[in-house]
Design a protein around this ligand. Sequence first.
Ligand code: NAP
Length: 313
Amino acid sequence: MKTYDVVIIGAGPGGLTAALYASRANLSVMILDRGIYGGQMNNTAAIENYPGFKSILGPDLSERMYKSSIQFGADFGYGAVQSVEDKGNVKIIHTDDGDYEAKALIIATGSQYKKIGVPGEEELSGRGVSYCAVCDGAFFKDQDVAVVGGGDSAVEEGIYLTQLAKSVTIIHRRDQLRAQKILQDRAFKNKKIKFVWNADVKEITSDDDKVSGVKYVDKETGEEHIVPAKGAFIYVGIQPMTEPFKGLGVLDEDGWINTDEEMHTNIPGIFAVGDVRKKDLRQVATAVGEGGIAGQQAYSYIQDLADSKVTTK
Ligand code: NAP
C-alpha cells in the first residue's frame, strides 16, 4: 500500500492544478491517471479562452500544466482506479496496479463523449466513426465528413475539420445551434461548412466496412436522406466518468458529483473538481480554478485532521 497525504484521480486541468496547490503546501501528492496527462485538452486543437494565451494547442497547454503541477514534488503515475473506500480519516484507492492510502482524495476524472446509439455507430468506430477530430481528422484529408451535434464541441471541432476535409456537414436535431455565438458566427461564415437542420439521425451507413454516410429523417417532412461522408464525428454531449465511485455515495442520479463552493463532496476529505462536477460551465479555466480551491481545501482538511478536529468514523 502506497501512502500519500492526497491522491488525485485524473490529470486534466482540474487535477493538475489541485496537485500544484496541494504539493506547494508541502503535502505529499500522487496524481493517478489511466492515460497521459492533459485530459480533454489533448483532444482539443486550439484553446483560445484560457487567459495568458491568444491561442494555444491543447497538447501544448497540457504539457505546460503538467510541468507546472509536478514542480513542487507531486508524483504522477499510471493507475486505472477500480473503486474507493471511505474509512473515515483514511481513503483507500484500489487501482488495477495496486492500492493507495490517502488522507484526502480529489476526484478529477472528467467526462467522456456520449454515443448516439444508432446502428453502425459502434460497428464502425475506428472505421470512420470518431469522437476526436484532433486525433482522427487527418485520415479524412480532402474528403467529405459529417459532424453530428449542435453544441460547442460539434461546432468547434467542425470548424477544425475544415482545415483538413473537403467539406463538413453539421447535422443537428433542431433548427438552432446550442454552441456559443462566436463559434456559430465562425461556422456560418465558413464556406466549407454545410448544415442539415431538424435531422433525426437513424444510422451510420457503410460501404466495404467503412463509413459511407449518415442516414437521417427530416423531422419536418418525414423524408429519409443520407449525407455522404467518409468520416462521422459524433458530438452529442458528455457523460461523467464516475463508474469507480458508484459505491461511495457521492454521485447524483445521472452520475455527476455535487460539491459545495469549496469543492467538498458530501464525504469529509473527498473533493471533486472539473467536468465531473454537476455544473453549467465546463471549461479549462473553470477546472483550473476549482483545482486550486480543492488543493487548498485538502490542505486545510489535513491540518484539521492533525489537530484532531475531525472525528474518526
Ligand atoms: P452539449 O453542450 O451537451 O451539446 C450536445 C449537442 O448534441 C446539443 O446540440 C444537442 O442537441 C445534441 N444532442 C444531444 N443528444 C443528441 C442525440 N441523441 N442525437 C443528436 N443530437 C443530440 O455537449 P458538448 O458540445 O460536447 O459540450 C459539453 C460541454 O463542454 C459544454 O458545457 C460546453 O460548453 C463545453 N465545451 C466548451 C468549449 C469551448 O468553450 N470552446 C468547447 C467544447 C465544449 P440540443 O441542442 O437539441 O440539445
